[in-house]
Design a protein around this ligand. Structure first.
Ligand code: SAM
Length: 234
């Protein structure tokens, strides 16, 4: 059987490339996106009542993984990238139907423009959205549920984040009065340590970069220290 679905919307996210995106929603609370409804689904009445909810389920297409063939077993980064697990026991983007599901915070409903402002996203810019549903705490929050190989949020709080003076100044010049949020966003992202699992025990200092909002960041990781040394407007 096959079914065809059309995107009802598009995500405009702070994450312009896959590297550095948190592996689940809610881990980086300052990660923002706008969900824009597309014609013919951009009807203000379709959003009526949504402002009564604080969180939403977004189902979407992993559009940048579509061309990668699925395999029945994958290597989740959470298991260090070595151990294999059945694809359906993971949240891997590479799966038979490359569809994702994320619970995100809803901060604003712009009924007129048919746009939703979201926080805590794990979504790439340009992600096609298949559906939106309200998060219902009485049914969706199962406090005694078992979490398999990922029972808790990853704990990377041991990482010491340093902003070099010139990076801090460049950030202030680029983002102006959004400086506190941007500083917090970068701090939260680096604390998650986006390095590939096989590099986590590296003793050599290494440099990384990512495209976030309208700027490029570069940082260096040495042991338990991540130093942001460059920010440039794109
Ligand atoms: N919360 C969702 C889920 O459980 O279905 C996504 C989990 S998946 C592990 C999250 C990762 O998917 C992100 O870290 C990012 O690298 C990747 N990703 C996000 N949006 C994507 C897209 N549109 N296409 C391909 N990969 C994407």
């Amino acid at each position: 059987m096959s079914y065809q679905f059309e995107a009802i919307g598009t995500i405009h996210s702070c994450f312009k490339e896959k590297f550095g995106i948190p592996r689940q929603p809610g881990l980086v609370t300052e990660a923002e996106a706008t969900l824009e409804l597309l014609p013919p689904y951009n009807k203000p009445e379709a959003l009526q009542g949504l402002e009564e909810y604080s969180h939403l389920w977004i189902s979407f297409v992993f559009h940048q993984s579509i061309s990668t063939p699925w395999r029945p077993m994958v290597r989740p980064p959470r298991l260090g990238g070595n151990k294999k697990m059945g694809v359906f026991a993971t949240r891997s983007p590479i799966r038979p139907n490359p569809m994702g599901l994320s619970v995100v915070e809803l901060t604003t409903v712009d009924h007129k423009a048919c746009r939703l402002l979201l926080k805590g996203v794990d979504l790439l810019d340009g992600t096609p959205v298949l559906d939106i549903k309200p998060y219902l705490p009485y049914v969706d929050a199962i406090t005694d549920a078992k979490g398999g190989f990922a029972p808790q949020a990853p704990n990377h709080k041991g990482i010491n984040i340093i902003f070099e003076e010139q990076a801090q100044q460049a950030l202030a010049a680029i983002v102006g009065d959004k400086l506190p949020q941007m500083t917090q966003l970068i701090r939260q992202l680096l604390e998650l340590d986006p390095r590939p699992a096989y590099m986590k025990n590296d003793s050599e200092p290494r440099e990384f970069g990512m495209h976030l909002h309208n700027f490029n960041l570069r940082w260096r990781v040495e042991g338990q220290r991540a130093t942001l040394f460059e920010i440039k407007a794109v």
